[in-house]
Design a protein around this ligand. Structure first.
Ligand SMILES: C[S@@+](CC[C@H](N)C(=O)[O-])C[C@H]1O[C@@H](n2cnc3c(N)ncnc32)[C@H](O)[C@@H]1O
Length: 182
């Protein structure tokens, strides 16, 4: 088993609600998360809940030179692993502090990619993070989030003018990718 997968399983056993899935995302899900983006328009982006970096890898592969990625990962060991693997990104602990952490004020992000397990969070925490994301994005900015259900559709529709959902069967568990435009 690949080292990242073993660490991920260990972290899920320790904190199942925070980690939210037994395995890291598949390559197919990581590709889907990054495939509907006009990368030429992305100068500053954030990734929330990066885990062992499957999606981080795809984002950094696509981002143009001179652009910046803020990575949020609450688990210290996974965050330190990401810092070693992808030193070009800027690291933070908690997605709840998104706006403060990026330090550039409202409307400064072009895109946010989320692997956060929203359905494991209580309603207040869910709303707090979605509001932080919405305030951090510029007009026309995009939130791309994966979940294992369509439960977040109504919440995202409360904040974003357009919400599209695609099903990705090649993942365990199969996932839904939400693309939300501000
Ligand atoms: C379902 S995993 C996704 C990991 C990775 N993006 C992937 O696709 O394999 C969710 C991740 O979100 C992290 N997480 C949960 N709550 C968080 C928070 N408030 N701030 C930052 N990361 C958080 C967990 O530690 C976990 O690594």
């Amino acid at each position: 088993m690949e080292g990242g997968t073993a660490l991920f399983i260990q972290k899920f056993i320790q904190s199942p609600l925070q980690v939210g899935s037994l395995f890291p995302s598949s390559a197919a899900l990581a590709k889907k998360m990054t495939s509907n983006i006009n990368w030429g328009n992305i100068r500053t982006a954030a990734e929330l809940g990066a885990g062992t970096g499957v999606i981080t890898h795809e984002i950094l592969k696509n981002m143009h030179a001179g652009s910046h990625l803020h990575v949020f990962e609450k688990d210290t060991q996974m965050r330190c692993g990401l810092q070693l693997k992808y030193p070009q990104a800027i690291y933070h602990e908690d997605a709840c502090d998104l706006l403060n952490s990026i330090g550039k004020g409202e409307g400064s992000l072009d895109a946010v990619f989320s692997g956060l397990p929203f359905s494991n969070f209580n309603k207040n925490l869910r709303s707090q993070i979605v509001q932080e994301v919405h305030r951090s994005l510029r007009e026309g900015g995009i939130l791309v989030a994966f979940q294992y259900s369509t439960q977040m559709k109504k919440t995202f529709q409360m904040y974003f003018k357009q919400v599209d959902i695609t099903f990705v069967p090649k993942n365990f568990p199969p996932a839904f990718v939400y693309i939300c435009e501000k």
